[in-house]
Design a protein around this ligand. Structure first.
Ligand code: MN
Length: 487
């Protein structure tokens, strides 16, 4: 029995991702977040009479890249439509979108969830332009048209998701693909990726769908999961408490929002139907016609995608699935790892130092390797020194502590200025130390001679301790074993 009992949630996501092109979808106005209100605008974005849209080729290229990345079908002919609605953030009173003929049809993403590979399918992805933003002040509201006309890809999944966790993993996988393509900055706080959730529940075994509702504009994965969980609970409770009322009377289609204060989904408006939008072909734009040659060219130049990288890390680099996942989920960190790897090919150790040792040291202060600007070359140098047994584990850790405090310093400089970090490699020095350990622990020596291997490890430990971590464990091992054999 799963957590939803004999109920099965059915979830589909519509994800709007803002493309990071220089200019907007239909005009040369800058496509940039955070500027003074109404500075990045043109006659097109503000809907001036007679202003004509001109399609941004770069946005089309990124849409094709995305379609290829999800192994969807790229339409050689697609078309724009007008979606009519009145709202102050849309000065034209219609949005230019793709309705009947989207640029991408089908596709899928595969995610790893609780140790299992799951595949989620995508129905379509289309190009459309964004609306402006309403800003509410104490006594008035203003409209900022800087975002009006920004290029979006809307990605519509099939209703193939059956839990909050699945929905959020799917959305994270798409965000990751966008980042790897360098098609979207993925910044959810700034609204570069916004998620609408369509959700219904039904009894397990039912084949038809019950009425669904939509939750709009989720801008964090945590809220997305919370909202879905709350809505599943609400719908199940409605059905359970009212067994005699037909589903379509109980769940009226509508648009909801998530209220993080009350942790409830809140009704905003009853749902418009497609008819209300009066879709019709956009007369000011010609259809997008693509040659197969153009599509093939983009396909051949696709960058490495998260799933491919994941497979390479496991099959070629020997990373564990856990380690590979922790790297690929963070594109910037993953590129950082790649940079270090190009200098010193020791994938497991580099991954360990990047994702565990340094991440751990920086986490408490809310920092990362990238934010404190420790160059990947310094990590590569540290791991090189470790791998070549030039420094011991404890010393490496002490050096890492100092690298975090002074991010500009490389490990060799840190070693050079501190004699304590210089490893004890001189055999005669080590033999003196080992002789003392043997004198101090006669019982362990006897135990070892009686065949107890554990006693050997203990003696190595004592020698390491006596050297204050400066002796190379390999060297101590060698010398100690030789010494014991001659006793
Ligand atoms: Mn849309």
């Amino acid at each position: 029995m799963t957590r939803y009992g004999h109920w099965e949630p059915v979830i589909g996501l519509e994800i709007h991702t803002q493309l990071n092109t220089q200019s907007k979808l239909f005009s040369s106005a800058p496509n940039r977040f955070g500027d003074e209100p109404n500075t990045n605008i043109s006659v097109v974005c503000t809907g001036q009479p007679g202003a004509l849209p001109v399609l941004n080729k770069e946005a089309v290229r990124k849409a094709i890249q995305f379609g290829l990345a999800i192994k969807g079908k790229i339409s050689q002919v697609s078309r724009f439509d007008r979606k009519s609605y009145f709202y102050p953030d849309s000065p034209r009173n219609f949005q230019i979108t793709q309705y009947d003929y989207p640029i991408v049809r089908g596709g899928f993403v595969t995610v790893e969830l609780d140790g299992e590979q799951k595949t989620f399918t995508i129905n379509r992805a289309h190009l459309e332009d964004d609306a402006g933003m309403l800003k509410h002040f104490t006594n008035f509201a203003g409209v900022d048209y800087n975002r009006a006309g920004a290029p979006l890809i809307e990605i519509v999944s099939d209703p193939c998701l059956h839990s909050a966790k699945e929905a959020s993993s799917y959305a994270q996988a798409l965000r990751s693909i966008m980042l790897y393509l360098d098609a979207c900055d993925g910044n959810m706080e700034e609204g570069s990726l916004r998620i609408d959730v369509n959700i219904s529940v039904r009894l397990k075994g039912e084949t038809s769908l019950r009425p669904r509702i939509e939750i709009k504009n989720m801008n964090s994965f945590t809220f997305l999961e919370m909202a879905i969980e709350a809505e599943i609970k609400r719908q199940i409770a409605l059905y359970t408490d009212n067994p005699t009322i037909p589903p379509e009377k109980l769940i009226e289609p509508g648009t909801y929002r998530w209220d993080p204060e009350t942790e409830q989904t809140v009704l905003m408006r009853r749902k418009e139907s497609a008819d209300d939008y009066r879709y019709f072909p956009e007369p000011d734009l010609v259809p997008i016609v693509l040659t197969q040659e153009y599509i093939d060219d983009i396909a051949q130049n696709l960058p490495e995608l998260p799933q491919d990288r994941y497979k390479r890390y496991i099959n070629d680099l020997g990373l564990t699935p856990y380690a590979a996942t922790s790297l690929i989920n963070d594109k910037d960190l993953c590129d950082y790892f790649e940079a270090a790897l190009s200098l010193w090919s020791s994938p497991r150790n580099l991954c360990n130092w990047i994702t565990i040792e340094f991440a751990g040291r920086l986490k408490e202060a809310g920092k990362t390797l990238l934010s404190v600007k420790i160059p990947p070359a310094h990590i590569a140098m540290l791991v090189t020194l470790i791998d070549q047994n030039a420094i011991t584990g404890p010393i490496a850790k002490a050096i890492a502590d100092e690298m975090v405090i002074e991010p500009g310093l490389d490990p060799q400089t840190i070693i050079n200025r501190n004699p304590d970090y210089r490893p004890m490699t001189d055999s005669s020095e080590l033999i003196i130390l080992i002789d003392q350990v043997l004198r101090d622990n006669p019982q362990s020596v006897q135990d070892f001679k009686a065949g107890k291997e554990k006693a050997f490890a203990f003696l190595v430990g004592q020698a390491m301790k006596l050297s204050r971590g400066k002796a190379s464990p390999q060297k101590v091992n060698e010398l100690l074993r030789a010494k014991l054999q001659n006793l």
